[in-house]
Design a protein around this ligand. Structure first.
Ligand SMILES: *Cc1c(COP(=O)(O)O)cnc(C)c1O
Length: 383
């Protein structure tokens, strides 16, 4: 691993030394008091970051593990589910749901476009049991209208599953206010922890469906088993203890910064990236409507015609900065700069400086500096 490499991708994000060091603590008994105290601490902090009254359960598995835990526990053979998607991660829910029921309705919008609430309303007329959506669609850099969809789900009495994997910990994502019955987060994105963990909160309404429906729930991700162990401050099976140490430290970092300041930092840095790239004559990928917004944690930018995915990313990589390309059908069309976790001004400034060098080298721009100038304006305005 090159210590000089700056990771600006939407997960895994750079992990602070104090969080990395936490992982090398001596092992402890996962049924003992020390683990119980740590578990309680983690749960209480997650509850605050999720802004929920419900219990958040910690899973030893990445974000997709929590996505499957949600679907696998809610959905039976006869469960009807509507999956709203406008990007890669939104489209993952119907793929998972297909393994549990034949009654999946995928409500797809073109990647990078916004969700049309009229179409959502129409899809909900069919009275599905469950509705899924991604809050911050990482593949396209768009922030979806969670509270509007949450309200529609409530009106139609559907359980609302919201993937907050790249919003919680970085942006405003008050789970209960958004009307999310199940909300999930991953460790390696805005929380700034290493990959391999996720957390899932479950409302009373979701529990009712879980209890009523599930004849064949998953074994390892059985949420009823997690609930049973919860009172004992344990997990049903051996947890990834070292990652729990890291997650506790990452949550401590968040507590020290305070969520209000943390959200402001994420918003400022993503706004600064948008200002810098548009100042350089590049265009942003998302097509917004009145209910969507640019993501405050990851920026998706169209690759200029003069460049390929490899000249752009490779040129930046040779200068020590790793950015993400487009996924699947967006490969070669866009690149993405994440501003998640514990990223600071300095790292974003370096990223923009390196981007300018690559654009200049490939004759996309003449003379560097314009992006940094626009970026600094935003940084000084926002304090
Ligand atoms: C990263 C991500 C996932 C998948 O998480 P893994 O940790 O890779 O399993 C799901 N949804 C969103 C929005 C993501 O950004």
């Amino acid at each position: 691993m090159n210590e000089e490499e700056l990771l600006m991708i939407p997960g895994p994000v750079p992990v602070l030394p104090r969080i990395r060091e936490a992982m090398s603590k001596p092992m402890i008994f996962h049924r003992g008091d020390e683990f119980g105290m740590m578990y309680e601490e983690i749960v209480e902090q997650l509850r605050e970051i999720f802004k929920t009254r419900n219990d958040p359960f910690v899973l030893s598995g990445s974000g997709t593990c929590a996505m499957e835990a949600a679907i696998g526990n809610l959905v039976d053979e006869d469960t009807r589910i509507v999956c709203i998607a406008n990007g890669k991660f939104g489209e993952r829910f119907p793929v998972i749901a297909d393994r549990y029921t034949d009654h999946v309705k995928a409500l797809n919008f073109a990647w990078g476009t916004s969700i049309d609430l009229e179409a959502v309303k129409e899809a909900l007329e069919s009275k599905p049991d469950v509705v899924t959506m991604v809050h911050n669609e990482t593949s396209t850099g768009i922030l979806n209208p969670a509270s509007e969809v949450g309200k529609l789900a409530r009106e139609h009495d559907a359980v609302f599953v919201l993937d907050c994997i790249t919003s919680i910990g970085g942006d405003e994502a008050p789970v209960d206010d958004l009307g999310a019955d199940i909300a999930i987060v991953g460790s390696q994105k805005c929380l700034g922890a290493p990959p391999g963990m996720s957390a899932i909160s479950v409302s009373e309404k979701a529990w009712a469906l879980i209890r009523e429906k599930q004849k064949r729930r998953p074994f390892y991700m059985d949420l009823e088993a997690y609930k049973k162990s919860f009172g004992k401050k344990q997990t049903p099976y051996t947890p990834a203890v070292s990652l729990f140490f890291a997650l506790r430290e990452a949550l401590e970092v968040i507590k020290e910064e305070g969520m209000k300041r943390r959200i402001k930092r994420h918003r400022t840095l993503s706004k600064a990236v948008r200002a810098a790239v548009t100042g350089l004559g590049l265009s942003l990928f998302p097509e917004l409507n009145e209910v969507s917004n640019y993501s405050n944690t990851v920026t998706a930018i169209n690759i200029p015609n003069e460049l390929t995915d490899e000249t752009l990313k490779g040129g930046m990589r040779r200068r020590g900065v790793i950015v993400a390309g487009g996924q699947e059908k967006l490969k070669g069309n866009i690149f993405r700069i994440a501003t998640m976790g514990n990223i600071k001004d300095m790292e974003v400034l370096k990223t923009i400086r390196v981007l300018e060098e690559v654009l200049e080298e490939n004759a996309v721009i003449e003379g560097a500096g314009k992006g940094l100038e626009e970026m600094k304006k935003v940084l000084s305005e926002m304090g």
